[in-house]
Design a protein around this ligand. Structure first.
Ligand code: MTE
Ligand code: MO
Length: 222
C-alpha cells in the first residue's frame, strides 16, 4: 500500500511537470505569454514569447491605428518620405534569429522578420553628411544608431515576431531590431526616421546618462 502511494505521488509529480522538468523547460508563466499562431521553435532552437513579462516603456503600451499610420523619413535626405504600412511591407523581407537583451537581466530569443533599414533610407536618399539615424516613436520616445552600424550590420526594422504580426506590446507596427545593442536602442512603435549629422545625438535614455554605444558585451544596462 505504501509503495502504491509513492507511485501515485511520483506519477502526479511527473504529470504536473514538477519533478520531471528539464533545466531549460518552459514555465507555465512563460507558456501563457505565447500568442495564438506564434511559433515556439525554429531550427531546433526554442523561441521565447515575443511579448516580455512586463512593460517598462515610457508611456505604456501604444495601440497604433494602422489606417492613420505614417512612417516619416526626413532630415538629411534628398526627398523626405511618408510611407504607409503597406509601403514598408512591399520592400524585400529579411528573417533573423536575434536575442533582445532586456530589462533587469532577462533576454528573449525571437525570430524577427522585417525590412532592411538601409532599404527604407534609400527610398529617401541619404545625403553625404548624414552620420546618425534617429528613431522617433508614437509615444515621443527617441533613440539613435550610427548610420554605419545600420549599414554594416544590415539591421532590420521588424513587422513580425515568431511568425505573427508584431504584438502591440512589442511595438506594432514596427520595432528596430538593434542586434547586439541594449534594449533601449530597440525603438518600438516607430513612426519617424531622421537622418542627422550630429554624431553625439542623445535620445531619451541616452540623455539621462545611459551609454550611447549601448553594446551588449559592454555590460551597459538597459
Ligand atoms: N517607443 C518606445 N520604444 C521603446 C521604449 C519606450 O519606452 N518607447 N523602451 C525601450 C526599452 S528601455 C526597452 S528595454 C525595450 C523593451 O522594453 P520592455 O522591457 O518594456 O518590453 O524597448 C525599448 N523601446
Ligand atoms: Mo530598457
Amino acid at each position: 500500500m505504501k509503495k502504491f502511494g509513492v507511485l501515485i505521488i511520483a506519477l502526479l509529480l511527473f504529470t504536473t511537470g514538477c519533478s520531471a522538468e528539464k533545466p531549460d523547460a518552459v514555465s507555465s508563466a512563460t507558456m501563457s505569454r505565447y500568442r495564438e499562431n506564434e511559433i515556439t521553435e525554429y531550427q531546433g532552437a526554442r523561441l521565447d514569447p515575443a511579448v516580455g513579462p512586463r512593460d517598462n516603456s515610457i508611456k505604456g503600451v501604444q495601440y497604433v491605428d494602422i489606417e492613420g499610420y505614417q512612417l516619416t523619413i526626413d532630415g538629411l535626405v534628398d526627398t523626405p518620405q511618408t510611407l504607409r504600412y503597406g509601403d514598408v511591407l512591399a520592400l524585400s523581407a529579411y528573417e533573423r534569429l536575434i536575442t533582445l537583451h532586456c530589462v533587469e537581466g532577462w533576454d528573449a530569443t525571437i525570430l524577427w522578420k522585417g525590412v532592411l533599414i538601409q532599404d527604407l533610407l534609400d527610398t529617401a536618399g541619404v545625403r553625404e553628411d548624414a552620420v546618425t539615424v534617429i528613431f522617433g516613436a508614437v509615444d515621443g520616445y527617441t533613440t539613435s544608431l550610427p548610420l554605419n552600424t545600420i549599414v554594416d550590420n544590415q539591421l532590420i526594422m521588424a513587422y513580425q515576431s515568431n511568425g505573427i504580426p508584431l504584438p502591440a506590446e512589442m511595438g506594432y507596427p514596427f520595432i528596430v531590431v538593434a542586434e547586439d545593442k541594449m534594449g533601449y536602442k530597440w525603438a518600438r512603435w516607430v513612426n519617424r526616421i531622421t537622418l542627422s549629422d550630429d554624431a553625439d545625438y542623445e535620445g531619451f535614455w541616452e540623455s539621462v546618462g545611459y551609454s550611447n554605444d549601448a553594446s551588449v558585451e559592454g555590460g551597459g544596462r538597459d
